[in-house]
Ligand binder design. Structure first.
Ligand code: ADP
Ligand code: MG
Ligand code: ZN
Length: 627
């Protein structure tokens, strides 16, 4: 509630007014039939017009309007009586069977009173009751304006009302109990372990501050859609029992200039008041796209919001216990400023689960489903390589629906098979699913990379090998862990790198006597290294210490934009020959390595096909055990 005190007095007055009139603060209410409201205002206006026309008929049905000249005639004949003279009109009773009331518009006639006296007609004056009519004359339009305004506000949606600029709409309130815990998250254990530390920060910040440590400010969850990033963030809040402010990147970007920035400010001030807590920005890429050089020289709304976010991130003190979490599946387009130390400096990879992970996720989601005795979750996990948590949850749900449609008591294996087919068919349209044969090729390819990396002297040790399709890389990947940061690379290191890159392709060659297109990226990188060795680093004996080509990049030009070549055609041919020679030598070398370690290659590939991911340590043990 402390944040209320800081509110702009004008805004809080408007708030009071709005709550007094009973609208504006019901974000969800506006979804009710807009068409109905649209009609009601027109009914109202129509009724007003009709009423004003009908009023004389309704309220004085027997009054006859007569001309003044006629009135004067009646006066001279003595046919009128009981006159009431008003400044604008004269009313009275007309004699003669039957008597009837009349009214006439008064004209300037100074002799009227004299004539009335002469004809002995009774008359009296009356004050116009101006108060009521004048009140009505301005209250009524005001009322109409009010109704129109109210109608327009509703139509615009409460969050966008001109008066609610600085109020963040939707979900800005903290969730104090997210009811999600780490037990609800499975299959992404590495990410979970890293986040357990964040939970500790939130629970016992003193423990970390005691030794002078600075608590990290921000954690960025990176991974493909549906892998459980949002779920994981909520679980952190649930485990730490901390309030959870969750907002999606796109919600910051609004149509009014300045609203996004105000919203960011609002969010951080609320969070500061409730620390320790978590601010979670989902789909950060919508907001955090790199700020380009704007050709028109202006800032757009998104950039302003992003700038405000950067300012707020710098401005608050993490030791108070506000931790920012964000999620994205496109880290490469984020503004580098967001990833700087002191901002979202910790990045946690949330990758697709392997077969064990998928089994665990299936287990969690089938808790409330009555499974038939023939259902084997392990088998289902085996059939769904590359599926993410959301896909698996979807399969369980589909299977349960299918079983229900067939009036079954339990969800059987057959239901799951059909559900998988459905989901796979849906996925197949979006991204390809690997066949068993492709899987085998990829297993050997990655094993080749890994074994070469462990066999050559200067390569970084293998951390993890994976053939989970559509993981970080397209088909599979071999992760090497650098033992130290490198700024300089020696020639032998570059040659070893080249060998590791060729390892995948050569393994396919050795095993299948057949090659696939899967090595395209490897070959590209290998050629780049070889070319750089020759043209930039002066590492070719034949061409000597000359730099060819012009690697100087134009300052404000996009990456890869370089200017033309500065050497002769004969040199160009020599360069090409040298590159080919270097790559060929590497090829021969790798062939030898893999042929010698053929048994390990077979074993590793088989293990990979089974488990989908293998740790580097396991590979080293296999290599040590081999003759
Ligand atoms: P993301 O934010 O990465 O796109 P979500 O966290 O929104 O994915 O996941 C969507 C849903 O999929 C979750 O609500 C959960 O039901 C299920 N899910 C995804 N990943 C997992 C997981 N690792 N463990 C359990 N359930 C998961
Ligand atoms: Mg999400
Ligand atoms: Zn490869």
């Amino acid at each position: 509630m402390a944040s209320n005190d800081k509110k702009d007095p004008f805004i809080s007055l408007v708030d009071k007014l709005r709550s007094f009139f009973g609208f504006g603060n019901h974000p969800k209410k506006q979804t009710g039939l807009p068409g109905k409201k649209h009609f009601s205002i027109w009914y109202f206006i129509f009724a007003m017009i009709a009423f004003s026309y009908l009023q004389p008929l309704l309220f004085s049905p027997k009054t006859e309007a007569i001309l003044y000249s006629q009135f004067k005639q009646y006066v001279s004949q003595g046919l009128v009586s009981d006159l009431i003279i008003r400044p604008e009109s004269i009313k009275g009773t007309l004699a003669g069977p039957p008597k009837r009331a009349f009214t006439t518009v008064r004209v300037n006639d100074p002799d009227l009173v004299k004539e009335l006296d002469e004809s002995k007609i009774s008359y009296s004056g009356r004050y116009e009751n101006r108060f009521l009519s004048s009140l009505l004359s301005w209250v009524l339009p005001l009322g109409i304006f009010f109704l129109i305004w109210r109608f327009a506000m509703k139509k615009m949606g409460t969050g966008m009302g001109v008066m609610s600029f600085s109020k963040s709409k939707a979900k800005i309130f903290a969730e104090t109990d997210t009811k999600v815990s780490f037990a609800d998250v499975a299959g992404i254990d590495e990410a979970r372990e890293e986040l357990e530390e964040v939970v500790e920060f939130l629970q016992t910040p003193e423990k970390f501050q005691k030794l002078g440590g600075r608590i990290p400010k921000g954690v960025l969850l990176v991974g493909p859609p549906g892998t459980g990033k949002t779920l994981l963030a909520r679980a952190v809040a649930g485990e730490a029992k901390a309030p959870f402010f969750s907002i999606s990147g796109s919600e910051f970007v609004e149509m009014f200039v300045g609203v996004g920035a105000a919203r960011v400010r609002d969010l951080f001030s609320q969070a500061a008041a409730q620390a320790p807590c978590i601010i979670f920005i989902d789909e950060l890429d919508a907001l955090g796209k790199a700020r380009g050089m704007n050709v028109m020289g202006g800032h757009d709304e998104r950039e302003q919001t992003l700038n405000q976010l950067l300012v707020e991130m710098d401005g608050f003190d993490a030791n108070k216990g506000v931790i920012i979490m964000a999620a994205t599946n496109r880290p490469e387009i984020l503004d580098p400023a967001l990833l700087r130390p002191g901002r979202l400096d910790r990045q946690v990879l949330v990758d697709r689960p392997d077969i064990n992970g998928r089994e665990a996720i299936l287990k969690i989601h089938s808790i409330n489903v009555t499974l038939g005795p023939d259902v084997d979750l392990r088998r289902i996990a085996g059939r769904t390589p590359g599926f993410v948590g959301a896909d698996l949850a979807n399969i369980i749900n589909e299977a349960a629906l299918l079983a229900a449609r067939n009036d079954k008591e339990t969800v059987d294996s057959a239901d799951f098979d059909e559900a998988i087919d459905r989901v796979v068919a849906g996925l197949q349209k979006k991204n390809r699913v690997m066949t068993a044969q492709e899987k085998e090729i990829v297993a050997f390819h990655e094993s080749g990379h890994a074994i070469v990396a462990e066999s050559v002297e200067h390569a970084d040790p293998v951390h993890k090998i994976s053939i989970i399709p559509r993981g970080i890389a397209a088909l599979g990947y071999t992760q090497q862990q650098p033992t130290e940061d490198r700024y300089l690379l020696t020639r032998s290191e570059l040659i070893d790198r080249l060998a590791v890159l060729l390892g995948g392709r050569v393994a396919e060659e050795v095993v299948f006597n057949e090659i696939s297109t899967g090595a395209q990226n490897d070959l590209q990188r290998a050629s780049d290294i070889a070319r750089a060795m020759v043209t930039e680093y002066g590492m070719s004996d034949l061409l000597g210490l000359v730099s060819y080509g012009s690697p100087r990049k134009a300052l404000f030009m996009p990456e890869g934009f370089s200017t033309g070549k500065n050497y002769s055609e004969t040199k160009a041919a020599q360069i090409d020959d040298e590159i080919t020679r270097i790559v060929d030598e590497a090829h021969q070398r790798v062939r030898k390595i893999l042929s010698e370690r053929r048994t390990v290659l077979d074993d590793l590939a088989r293990l990979l096909s089974q488990k989908e991911s293998v740790q580097g340590e396991e590979l080293r043990q296999m290599l040590a055990a081999a003759p």
